[in-house]
Design a protein around this ligand. Structure first.
Ligand code: MG
Length: 432
């Protein structure tokens, strides 16, 4: 019958349409493996995904340096069997599938493992399209990302000198930290106890010393340079409120992690009391932690460690949500992010309207030996490498020369890359 024939022809055409429209065949995940390497002395975890298409593969960062072995196992023992044979091009669907497949979720080990896969899938999609990932996210909204670098010293004058050297390179924002005489400090070397016990941190001595640092820094470095300070969640909440108010005259770009994730309600107190801009979030794992802070506009910068949140996919959603509330991004960018992770950071920096600033760690010779494609910094701005995907190639033979533990000393070596504890003078353990 003609009608039936027409229907059959119509159905055949409809079934054929998606294949015609997509233009590229669907790659299937053929294998998932982990590159575990420490060329810079910090344990980096990179997930590699091979597809069934010749020469089409991708890399993703899943670095949780303090528990790196566990991320390796999470990928090898759980995600690898879960993923083999699945289509590599349904990133959002696979992210949700991985996230929900453990039922209990939002932990740093599993989120980093998911991030390794997520970023590798974005790399594959970029390589397949022959485009950098930023093109897949709509293209650049700016050419370069303003970065900040770290200045520190035993004495206030040392920190100021260190900042001057950074500024002489054209860098427009500097994080300042200083040692506290007789005590440990974050971001600047401090003495250990004579009995080689745990480091002792005095929150009150630290706040007094840091206020002296910023008073001197504004006088010596002038009004134009952007100044940042990282509290690293080390002071009690009430003191954090007082500290934020006392920093007000020095006009910081932002005060970082003034509170621990457990104490975020106190951001309301900081907001009520002062105008010091606030950045928060490098320890956050999930929307449960950042949603309230963003929607109530209690912070100015969201500072998530992209792999800790589960990779590019959730970070992009987070940035979009933050944009609606005028909260800007300041993705965590220390040495314990692999070069792939730094490429993911700069990708988000370039495509998001509400970019704020990017923490930057320089590469080094051994890191460059393993990873080719580290984003380049010039005159205080970071640039994408412009190659397809993340644009990074890994020399796996070189990576194998630097197994976990390479160049580690002290407690990092004793604790399998982990951190020890920090105590107050009476012996109480505090947040790191
Ligand atoms: Mg920090």
């Amino acid at each position: 019958m003609p009608t039936r024939l027409r229907r059959r022809e119509f159905l055949a055409a409809a079934l054929a349409a998606p294949a015609v429209m997509r233009g590229m065949p669907t790659p299937k995940i053929k294998d998932v493996s982990v590159i575990a390497t420490a060329p810079g002395g910090l344990r980096l975890v990179v997930v590699k995904i091979l597809t069934d298409q010749d020469g089409l593969y991708g890399y993703g960062c899943g670095t949780f340096t303090q528990r790196a072995d566990l991320v390796v196992e999470a990928v090898n023992r759980y995600l690898r069997p879960f993923l083999i044979g699945r289509p590599a091009d349904t990133i959002g669907d696979l992210w949700e599938a991985m996230y929900n497949s453990s039922y209990w979720r939002n932990g740093p080990v599993l989120n980093n493992a998911i991030s390794g896969v997520d970023q590798a899938l974005w790399d594959i999609k970029g390589r397949q399209a022959n485009m950098p990932v930023y093109e897949l996210l709509g293209g650049k909204q700016r050419q370069g990302a303003m970065i900040y670098s770290h200045a520190s010293g035993a004495e206030i004058t040392d920190t100021i000198d260190s900042a001057r050297k950074i500024m002489a390179r054209g860098i427009k924002a500097v994080r300042l930290q200083v040692s506290v005489p007789g005590y440990a400090a974050y971001g600047s070397a401090g003495p250990r106890r004579p009995d080689a016990g745990d480091p002792i941190f005095d929150p009150y001595a630290y706040v007094r010393r840091t206020l002296q640092l910023f008073e001197t820094a504004r006088k010596e470095l002038g009004p134009e340079v952007h100044l940042i300070h990282d509290v690293h969640e080390r002071v009690p909440p009430r003191l954090a409120v007082e500290f934020a108010k006392a920093l007000e005259p020095y006009h910081l770009f932002y005060m970082e992690d003034a509170l621990s994730p457990e104490d975020i309600d106190y951001f309301r107190e900081i907001r009520r009391n002062c105008t010091t801009p606030i950045a928060m979030g490098e320890l956050f794992n999930s929307p449960h932690e950042w949603n309230m802070l963003i929607k109530e506009r209690l912070i100015d910068y969201i500072r998530v460690h992209v792999t800790q949140a589960g990779g590019l996919t959730p970070a992009w959603k987070l940035a979009t949500m933050a944009e609606a509330f005028q909260v800007r991004t300041a993705w965590h960018g220390p040495g314990d992010v692999s070069p792939i992770g730094h490429c993911a950071n700069v990708t988000l920096d370039l495509v998001c309207r509400n970019f704020g600033i990017q923490e930057w760690s320089p590469s080094n010779e051994r890191l460059d030996e393993v990873f080719d494609g580290y984003p380049q910094m010039k005159d205080g701005y970071l640039y994408a490498n412009e190659k397809p995907g993340w644009g990074v190639e890994i020399n796996e033979k070189a990576a194998a020369k630097y197994p976990f533990g390479s160049f580690e000393k002290g407690e990092h070596k004793d604790l399998n890359g982990g951190w020890g504890v920090v105590r107050t003078p009476d012996g109480t353990v505090i947040n790191q």
